[in-house]
Design a protein around this ligand. Structure first.
Ligand code: FES
Length: 281
């Protein structure tokens, strides 16, 4: 029996935003009935903001909970912010999912990505890998592409084939694709190591100054535009403690703001190991 959090059980028993939007601006799909899980998501987008989202799913309780939470997280958010959402953000907002069920959060993210690609007529990029590689199916049993595997490795810091199976299902049936998955992991991790080696290491003092500057000059001005604000409370190695103020502190999507915007901006600018923690007021 899986160990589910209260959030997962709540969203499974009382799923939010179930259904269909007849005049949706974007529709996205992920999974397939043949593989046991399928999800369809409908978005209504106005002036660059997701004003409504609904979903229909055929899958387990984790798939329902992930889809429900994801719709809650994106309604009211600008598309630019929604684009940065990862499956890890969805799983984190649910208080975590059992490793074997992480593929449900991945499916939610894939359906969202598919919807936004359709909305922008495929002119949107979510990662830096090329389109040939993106469409290459690695696992034919579950129809999982190389891009899906690389996204899961990158967003969730995966290290083993078993991890990839838990997050994407790839490798979970006949096992023929496991060698290819291992090669993808090796290639990705080698690339990451060489990028790390190229990046000059900051001293603790330099890092603190840089974090302060990024929050002051990049993050706070963006939040202030929406009537919110952020206060830096403390820095302990890679842990950055902050307080969200104004509209940000009351927003039901504060987890998304914190992870997809604040944390991601600091990771991109300074160090990918930075973790941002909100000190509740
Ligand atoms: S091809 Fe991946 S499990 Fe069969």
């Amino acid at each position: 029996m899986w160990d589910y959090t209260e959030e997962v059980l709540d969203h499974y028993r009382n799923p939010r935003n179930v259904g269909k939007i007849d005049d949706a601006d974007a529709v996205g799909e992920a999974g397939s009935l043949a593989c046991g899980d399928a999800l369809k998501i409908y978005l209504k987008i106005k002036d660059g903001v997701v004003v409504d989202a609904k979903f229909q799913t055929f899958g387990c309780g984790s798939a329902v909970a992930s889809s429900s939470m994801m719709t809650e997280m994106i309604i009211g958010k600008p598309v630019e912010e929604v684009k940065k959402l990862t499956n890890k953000d969805i799983a984190d907002a649910l208080g975590g999912l059992p490793p074997e069920k992480m593929h449900c959060s991945v499916m939610g993210h894939e359906a969202l990505e598919d919807a936004l690609k359709n909305y922008y007529n495929d002119e949107i990029t979510f990662s830096d890998i090329n389109s040939d590689s993106a469409s290459k199916v690695v696992c034919t049993c579950f129809n999982v592409t190389e891009k899906q595997i690389i996204d899961a490795i990158r967003d969730n810091n995966l290290k083993t084939v078993e991890d990839v199976t838990n997050y994407t299902k790839a490798g979970g049936a006949c096992g023929r694709c496991k060698g290819t998955i291992q090669n993808i992991i090796d290639t990705y991790l080698n690339k990451e190591d060489s990028q790390k080696a190229e990046k000059p290491k900051l001293s603790s003092a330099q890092k603190i100054i840089k974090i302060n500057k990024v929050i002051e000059n990049q993050i706070a001005p963006e939040l202030q535009k929406d009537g919110g604000d952020i206060e830096l409370v403390d820095i302990d190695e890679n842990k950055v403690y902050v307080k969200l103020h104004g509209r940000c502190s009351q927003c039901r999507n504060s987890v998304l703001t914190l992870k997809a915007f604040v944390e991601q901006t600091l990771k991109d600018a300074i160090d990918k190991d930075i973790e941002v923690i909100n000190i509740e007021q």
